[in-house]
Design a protein around this ligand. Structure first.
Ligand SMILES: NC(=O)c1ccc[n+]([C@@H]2O[C@H](COP(=O)([O-])OP(=O)(O)OC[C@H]3O[C@@H](n4cnc5c(N)ncnc54)[C@H](OP(=O)(O)O)[C@@H]3O)[C@@H](O)[C@H]2O)c1
Length: 338
């Protein structure tokens, strides 16, 4: 499959002379946000927990990094470290968050960490904060019919997330974090815009495998024999990074922005992977064939499209994810079957 257009080659605009902070800069999505911001001329301060950790080396290799990227040591639970990184910035992209369903690890960094970022941004009088929330703060509600087309006005049901805790502490944490962000931003007069992506896939810039890439890796690496009777939304990481920058740069942007290309059943995911990469031992059976097949949720992403975002099709996204996992050495390249 041909490669999708590289957004880093899109015309630089707006960023010259502006300094912005990206939290959790070494992560999967944040690395792409940093790459795009550098390409658009911004000076970027990336916060990481350990600037010396080789896992952040890829950031220093990005185009423009030598001249305009600095790494700042900051933990979400340490307000002073965030305050130092954000002071003097024109904007903040708050992407750092643990991705886990362990409430002990998830809730404080997600919620108190977001509070700390908004407070530091308020002190620094930044023009805008862009917060990476999740569709997990939007669609988790068992009483909502699958026929409902969800837009930015929908919220997950916190009680449901709590009751199904093992699966949904992550969604609970993201929902509470986003609600906290909106409340505090209003109180402090901070201009906040939120991006709510579904599962994000695509090429990795960092050397380690992040949680959403494992979602695909597990099928190809033979870690599972079956696929779940479940549906999932997917979006390309470049599109998500672009959405962040678009909502930052577009003066009238406000509120939440859903980012979803397609919502498909796991069976379709393995089918597409099988068409593109037939050499891998992909599961062919659903783990639960007794229950009716899970129906996809419906989302309306018109709002972000109106800012000019065009979504990369899911097939391209899956193709680039697998190629990247191979190139980074996370997945063995097998001889093609004919
Ligand atoms: N990937 C998806 O499918 C997806 C979908 C929707 C929303 N999101 C949201 O997008 C954001 C980025 O996700 P990602 O997929 O890029 O995850 P990732 O690769 O795991 O990156 C998460 C980042 O958060 C940082 N972090 C975690 N706890 C921290 C703490 N206490 N203090 C400072 N930094 C901390 C991590 O830093 P270390 O490297 O130091 O651990 C890491 O850089 C998250 O807010 C996530 O909820 C992701």
């Amino acid at each position: 499959m041909p490669g999708a257009a590289d957004i880093s080659s899109s015309p630089a605009a707006g960023g010259h002379g502006q300094t912005v902070c990206v939290t959790g800069a070494g992560g999967f999505i944040a690395s792409w946000i940093v790459k795009l911001l550098l390409a658009r001329g911004y000076t970027v301060r990336g916060t990481v927990r350990n600037p010396e950790d080789p896992k952040n080396d890829h950031l220093r290799e990005l185009e423009g990094a030598k001249e305009r990227l600095t790494l700042w040591e900051a933990d979400l639970l340490d307000f002073h470290s965030l305050r130092a990184a954000i002071a003097g910035c024109h904007g903040v992209f708050h992407a750092a968050c643990p991705i886990t369903d362990d409430p002990e690890q998830m809730l404080r960094p997600a919620v108190d960490g977001t509070k700390n970022v908004i407070m530091a941004a308020s002190e620094a009088k930044v023009r805008r904060v862009v917060f990476t929330s999740s569709v997990g703060a939007v669609y988790m509600d068992p009483n909502r019919s699958h026929d409902v087309v969800m837009d930015e006005s929908y919220w997950s049901d916190l009680e449901y997330c709590k009751d199904t805790k093992v699966l949904n502490w992550y969604c609970y944490g993201k929902t509470v974090a986003e609600q906290t962000a909106w409340k505090l931003a209003k109180e402090l007069g901070v201009d906040l815009v939120v991006v709510n992506p579904v599962v994000v896939l695509g090429p990795l810039l960092q050397s380690s495998v992040n949680a959403s890439s494992v979602h695909i890796l597990k099928y190809l690496a033979g870690w599972v024999n079956t696929y779940a009777n479940a549906v999932q939304g997917y979006v390309h990481v470049r599109d998500v990074a672009q959405a962040h920058v678009l909502v930052f740069e577009a003066q009238p942007a406000s509120g939440r922005y859903l980012c979803v290309d397609s919502v498909i059943h796991r069976g379709e995911v393995v089918e597409i992977l099988g068409e593109l990469f037939p050499e891998y031992p992909l599961p062919t059976k659903c783990s639960d064939e007794k229950k009716p097949i899970a129906k996809p949720h419906k989302f309306n992403c018109q709002k972000v499209k109106e800012l000019g975002l065009e979504f990369t099709p899911v097939k391209q996204c899956l193709y680039e994810t697998v190629k990247s996992l191979q190139e980074k050495g996370h997945l063995a390249t097998l001889p093609k079957r004919h």
